[in-house]
Design a protein around this ligand. Structure first.
Ligand code: BES
Ligand code: MN
Ligand code: MN
Length: 462
């Protein structure tokens, strides 16, 4: 891989331009209005894998959006790396808050990205990071340096819960057989503090509906005499945390794996600047479960958050009304060894139980998944560590992440292999937010680092 740096500098503009082209396709999986674009995006990924030199590239249709499968086998006796990524993106809303249109990528410099960053929905999550793998494999194949076999599985439904991927994985175990799964869909601490994500949180996502009277009522004629669903929902939600910001659902913490003092100390040793964190978010204080640090709260502790709440009159001016219904979308981030289906049940029965007389409550589960922890005493982790050491000049910090990629635990269950999470984005890259971006330096650093993972993993496997 001696020439990877030269290769990148020679192909820099082309590799940036190709990413810009796929960022123009609005592959929003959540909104049916974009459905054509999601299919169009699948075709673009298929083409890019063919161009990269894979021998077999397939569009695998599902009940939803297709999964792109590709492979390049150089020798069946060598190890096989399975790359997973997703080509769908989050909705761009609220569009008004973007400084440039979400699907018209532009390069701008920022404080953390002095070499420029590409601003577009999906730039970091996950098109830019997924595409680093396509480009890294293209480099290895074209220079005759691919040291092992590679398979790609790129899906288009990650942001909506990977509904069809689970079945695909279960039905294609042989096709997907691998020695290690490699994913770039997380972040790292800073450009000069590389890190490898060693954990993901699980997720349980539910929607609740509180129904009071059978129609909207005049808030003067009826106010005070009937339950107002919005008032009730607010009270119910408020009661889900106690004064220590612990979740009050009975049994919620029963299966939470507690970290040892040594593990907590190791976590606390990772570089973290609380003042910079607060400043970046414009907040005067952090907030969360008593007894835990900020990094513990967002990685090794479970949470419950309202993601959206609505009901009643929200238009211009005032309307005096007691709404018939109130709604909320609630997510719970889970940690090992919580089981997402059990937690969903616990939530449902608790929420129904705390509803006062005078309202009806329904809880509808959306999707979920288990958390994941990667051990660091494996050759997969060690190969990643050595790859970062080669290209960053220092060892990466192992770091538990707060986000979720629910399908990762299923990979382990069905394919019996571990996942290495080599993320190159920064938390400040605004994934899922307006003005999402991905540093050009990060994009190219990923392309540079990935081939070393292949090389070291192959060497260490033999
Ligand atoms: N790439 C993210 C997950 C992520 C981001 C993990 C940063 C760690 C660090 C992924 O695309 C995502 O957004 N996952 C969703 C869950 C999914 C079921 C919609 C999430 O975490 O909210
Ligand atoms: Mn993602
Ligand atoms: Mn995402």
């Amino acid at each position: 891989m001696q020439d990877v740096k030269t290769y990148i500098s020679e192909h820099r503009e082309r590799m940036i331009q190709e990413l810009i082209e796929i960022l123009k396709i609005p592959s929003v999986s959540a909104d049916p209005a974009f459905s054509q674009d999601v299919f169009h995006m699948a075709d673009a990924i298929k083409k890019s894998l063919e161009t990269a030199g894979c021998d077999l590239v397939e569009i695998c249709e599902t009940a939803g959006f297709p999964i792109i499968y590709a492979e390049k086998t150089i020798d069946p006796t060598l190890p096989t790396i399975l790359v997973y990524g997703h080509y769908d993106v989050q909705p761009p809303d609220p569009i008004d808050l973007w400084s440039s249109p979400p699907f018209e990528p532009v390069i701008k410099t920022t404080e953390l990205h002095p070499d420029g960053a590409i601003f577009a929905r999906g730039a970091c999550d996950d098109k830019g990071q997924m595409y680093m793998h396509v480009k890294a494999v293209a480099y290895m194949i074209s220079t005759g340096q691919l040291p092992c076999n590679v398979k790609f599985m790129i899906e288009g439904e990650e942001e909506v819960g990977s509904k069809n991927l689970a079945g695909f994985v279960k039905n294609n175990q042989e096709k997907l057989a691998n020695d290690i799964i490699l994913i770039s869909d997380t972040g790292m601490i800073a450009n000069d503090i590389p890190s490898v994500t060693t954990g993901l949180r699980g997720l349980s996502y539910v929607e609740v509906e509180v129904t009071g009277p059978n129609r909207d009522l005049h808030s003067g004629l009826y106010g005070g005499a009937v339950a107002n669903p919005i008032n009730i929902l607010s009270k119910m939600i408020a009661s889900l945390h106690d004064e220590n910001n612990r979740i009050t659902i009975p049994g919620f913490y029963d299966r939470v794996a507690e970290l040892s003092q040594t593990e907590r100390e190791a976590m606390a040793a990772a570089p973290f600047d609380l003042e910079a964190y607060k400043k970046a978010l414009d907040i005067d204080a952090v907030y969360g479960e008593a007894g835990y640090t900020t990094n513990e709260r967002n990685a090794i502790r479970p949470t419950l958050d309202v993601n959206g709440i609505w009901g009643g009159y929200t238009g211009e001016g005032a309307k005096t009304v007691i709404a018939s219904k109130a709604y909320a979308k609630i997510s719970m981030r889970l940690v090992p060894d919580q089981d997402w289906e059990t937690i969903t049940e616990l939530f449902k029965s608790h929420f129904e139980k705390i509803a006062p007389k005078g309202v009806k409550v329904t809880v509808t589960p959306h999707h979920g998944g288990q958390g994941y922890v990667t051990p660091i005493d494996t050759i997969g982790y060690q190969a990643a560590e050595k790859a970062y050491e080669t290209t960053f000049g220092k060892k990466p910090v192992p770091q538990r992440g707060g986000g979720s990629i629910p399908i990762v635990s299923l990979f382990e269950q069905e394919l019996k292999s571990k996942t290495i999470l080599m993320g190159f984005g920064l938390d400040s890259d605004a994934i899922h937010s307006p003005n999402e971006h991905f540093g050009i330096w990060n994009y190219l650093k990923g392309i540079e680092t990935i081939p070393y993972f292949y090389q070291y993993f192959t060497e260490m496997s033999s």
